[in-house]
Design a protein around this ligand. Sequence first.
Ligand SMILES: N=c1c2ncn([C@@H]3O[C@H](COP(=O)(O)OP(=O)(O)OP(=O)(O)O)[C@@H](O)[C@H]3O)c2ncn1[C@@H]1O[C@H](COP(=O)(O)O)[C@@H](O)[C@H]1O
Length: 120
Amino acid sequence: MEDALARLAAVIESRLPAQGGDPDKSYVARLLHRGPDAFLKKIGEEATEVVMAAKDADHGGERAKIVNEVADLWFHSMVALAHYGFSPSDVIAELERREGTSGIEEKALRKAQAREVSND
Ligand SMILES: N=c1c2ncn([C@@H]3O[C@H](COP(=O)(O)OP(=O)(O)OP(=O)(O)O)[C@@H](O)[C@H]3O)c2ncn1[C@@H]1O[C@H](COP(=O)(O)O)[C@@H](O)[C@H]1O
């Protein structure tokens, strides 16, 4: 699974303007050439499409569309990561850092820390 992400990240990185990505020949190079507004807008659209596909599936629609839309969302998020100098391994490292910490515990800790700061 991670191999496919690493291969795609390498292709995306090769499309960066600094690597000579050609906007006439490559969709990724075109997005990167247009700049953050172009790929951040796509992330917003694809996230909405994930929600719509899931809601459709809840009402008898095709479940496989959820996977398609999440793939589009991941892909466009990887274009943004490359632009900002990150790769999927940075995201995986962050998920590993969080491994085993319940979201409920983490939120309680954050609230306690915020209380300590406001009491200082
Ligand atoms: N995984 C993808 C991938 N997923 C989605 N897309 C493109 O992302 C676009 C998604 O846009 P939409 O679904 O909203 O369709 P659209 O209406 O055509 O979109 P826009 O006109 O708004 O851009 C489509 O053009 C898809 O073809 C992708 N384009 C490229 N890749 C990977 O990136 C690699 C490099 O691609 P190039 O840089 O184009 O060579 C490819 O070999 C693939 O592995």
